[in-house]
Design a protein. Sequence first.
Length: 274
Amino acid sequence: MTAAATATQLNTNDSTLPAMLAVNENILSTIHSVGLPWWATIVTSTLLLRSSLTLPIAIYQQRSLGRMVQLAPMVQSWQKTLNANILQEAKEKGWTHKEYDAELQKQYKKKVNHIYAENGCARWKVMLLPYIQIPLFISMSLTLRHLSAYPLPWFGKTAELPALGLAEEGLGWVTDLTATDPTMIVPVLIGAGNLINVELNAFYAKGQMTTKQKAWTNAFRLLSIAFIPIAAQAPMAIGLYWVTSAWYSVAQNIAFKVPRIRSALKMPPLVMKK
C-alpha cells in the first residue's frame, strides 16, 4: 500500500487542518503505509519523533547545564567584583538600598548572560526543550484526535469517519483505537509515567530546589494524577501516544542518570547534595 493510498483512505479533510497537524498526519500515514497496524504506527511515530526532535535537544541541554556548572566560579568572582563596584557607585551617588540592589541585579544578570553566551550555553538554549516538546505533544494529540473523528478545539469536526483501520488495528484488550480504555489500564499507566518523571527529577534535585521549584514540583505531581481522568476520556489512539511518550521520558530520565551513558554523551557528572 502506498503512502498516497493510505492518505486517501484516511477519509479526512486535510485542507481544514493547521499545517503542523497535516505534517503529523502525513508522517503517520507514511509509517502506516509500510504495513504496520495502527497501534504500531502510533508507537513507532512517537519513538521516531521523540528520538529525532526532543532527545538531541535534551542531550544538548544537559551539556549546556554542565558548562554552566563549570563557569560557576567565574560567575561568583564577577558577582563579588560587581558588588564592590556598584556599592562604591551607590555611595558616590547617594543611592538608596533599593536603587543599589536594582542596579546590582541588572548588572549581574547582564554579565552572567554575557559569560554564558560567550561559552556556548546561553540561557535561551537551556530553555529550548519545552518550546519543542510541548507543541509536539499538543499537535500530535490533536492529529490523533482528528484521525479518530473527534472534533478539534476551534476547528470543530474535521473528519466524518475515523481513519480506515483505526477501529480494528488496536492492541490487546482494546482493538478499537477510537474508543476509550474501559479497563483504565492505559490512563493509569500514563499518570504513573508522568508522576515517576516528576519524582525522578525531584530526587536528583534534592537539597538544591528553591521554594518556587518545590511549588512547581508539587503542582506537577497534582497534574500527573489529574491527567488520569483526562486520559480516561480520550480515545485509545491518543492514550497510546501519551503512554508511549510518558514512558519514553521515564527511560530517558533514568538513562541520563547512568554515569557511563552521561560520559558517552559528553554530559557532566551528576552532583548530588546529601
